[in-house]
Design a protein. Structure first.
Length: 96
């Protein structure tokens, strides 16, 4: 029983650390690339384009293409997760 508990706790720490690293990468990409053209007001204004997680992701895809960042799916997901959780209070849907 002790080994099972130890393995579970170890797995939990690895999982939490992986998620925090992904969040940190999404924040870093966002702050480095997105914040050079606009401030956080685009996420809080009444006329904001995105209203749900899928729309946020679509905007991340659109703008990273417009400025030729060539982000892979993981980068897009991490930036989307950062924006959705930080500015919209949304959790990543089940497919994340």
């Amino acid at each position: 029983m002790g080994m099972v508990l130890l393995a579970f706790v170890g797995f939990a720490f690895v999982t939490v650390d992986a998620h925090s690293q992904e969040y940190a990468r999404g924040k870093s990409l966002h702050d480095s690339h997105c914040m050079t053209c606009h401030d956080t007001g685009v996420y809080t204004r009444v006329s904001r384009t995105a209203r749900d997680y899928g729309q946020i992701r679509a905007q991340v895809v659109r703008w990273q293409q417009n400025v030729s960042l060539h982000w892979d799916e993981a980068d897009i997901d991490q930036v989307t997760n950062h924006i959705a959780s930080r500015y919209y209070g949304l959790k990543c849907p089940d497919q994340c």
